[in-house]
Design a protein around this ligand. Structure first.
Ligand code: COA
Length: 331
């Protein structure tokens, strides 16, 4: 087979846990209301994983659906990237998914970049395909943030939900991956954290280690809001410039589903009309690395996103990190 330097995104799939909690239910846990949550965030409900569910099982379900749409067998996969911040195992969960779906030929690893993880993963996968190293790549974005949410903190617990989404990327003659821009700013790391807190544990004379736990999500909501609205349009414009495309040529603005107000503000800054803005957070909340492929899959399966449509995707969040990926849907 001749080396192909282009790539196409040929399948998508998604999965969410069956149980969900709506704003009325949440109002029984913390001092809030459906009105406050829906007007400030656009979120009405979020799906939550039960204790016996795992990130791997959710991710594997999304992966199988993406492979089915792509008409590709798991055995033909060369690489699996799992974008997640909530792996079942800190050593990584991608290999377990590889085994679960039977992708025995594929190498698999985790990638952590919080809510930017899926876009960072897309760009990473694209490099492997462009160099000719791999032909068939499965990229999964999956998170179970409910396990790391402080359910007594009304400033954060209203936002998050659980889910998984996946895409299949394949080497192709005609290149459908049009441009990208990735950024990080660790100086603002404190704005959004899920951090390990070590407690000193003395072992022998002069030697102590830090043992402890990860602390629930901490967030400066206003700072994160300001950051997203300012920085996301910049990376989308940069990717458009690199691809020699204008904003009018974008068919869909596919942002990380954090907050409807952020989506509206970014669309307004870019001059993208409302009907081109992908939004499903009302039903799912912020599902971290899963949110972009979850929304993409829903719009593809409902026939709204059509083959050939130009999609401007962007992720943003903890790190702080943010990035855009510009691509055409389908073969
Ligand atoms: N229900 C009711 N009242 C709430 C509340 C809730 N769930 N959460 C906060 N409040 C209260 C606050 O206590 C505060 O009251 P006070 O003025 O009496 O102190 C008031 O509402 C305003 O709080 P503030 O934090 O300023 O709200 P906000 O307008 O910034 O909205 C967010 C909060 C979280 C919705 C908003 O900052 C946001 O969307 N930020 C981005 C977060 C995000 O997307 N993070 C993930 C990025 S990947």
């Amino acid at each position: 087979m001749p080396q192909l330097s282009g790539l196409a995104i040929i399948g998508s799939g998604s999965a969410v846990p069956p149980a969900y909690l709506d704003n009325a239910g949440l109002s029984q846990l913390v001092d809030t209301s459906d009105e406050w949550i829906s007007t400030r965030t656009g979120i009405r409900q979020r799906h939550l994983a039960a204790p016996e569910e795992s990130l791997c099982s959710l991710a594997a379900e999304a992966a199988r659906r993406a492979l089915e749409m792509a008409a590709l067998n798991a055995i033909d996969l060369d690489l699996i990237i799992l974008a997640t911040s909530t792996a079942d195992d800190l050593f990584g969960s991608a290999s377990k998914i590889q085994a679960e779906i039977g992708a025995t030929k594929a190498v698999a690893f985790d990638l952590t970049a919080a809510c930017s993880g899926f876009v960072f993963g897309m760009v990473t996968a694209a490099q492997y395909i462009r160099t000719g190293a791999y032909q068939n790549v499965l990229l999964i974005g999956a998170d179970i943030l409910s396990r790391w949410t402080d359910w007594s903190d009304r400033r954060t617990c209203i936002l998050f939900g659980d889910g998984a989404g996946a895409i299949v990327m394949q080497a192709a003659e005609s290149d459908q991956f049009l441009g990208f821009e990735l950024r990080s700013d660790g100086s603002q790391n404190d704005c959004l954290t899920l951090a390990f807190q070590p407690q000193p544990q003395p072992l022998t004379q002069g030697i102590s280690v830090g043992q402890g736990n990860f602390q629930p999500i901490q967030m400066n909501g206003q700072e994160v809001y300001r950051f997203a609205v300012k920085k996301v349009p910049e990376v989308i414009e940069k990717a458009l410039f690199r691809a020699s495309l204008t904003v009018e040529q974008v068919d869909w603005l596919l942002l990380h589903q954090a907050n409807q107000r952020i989506l509206d503000a970014v669309a307004e800054r870019l001059g993208i009309p409302e009907h081109k803005v992908v939004s499903n957070m009302g039903n799912y909340g912020n599902t971290d690395a899963a949110s972009i492929p979850l929304a993409l899959d829903q719009y593809v399966r409902s026939g709204q996103i059509q083959p050939g449509d130009v999609i401007a995707a962007a992720g943003f969040g903890a790190g702080l990190s943010w990035g855009s990926a510009l691509f055409r849907w389908g073969r």
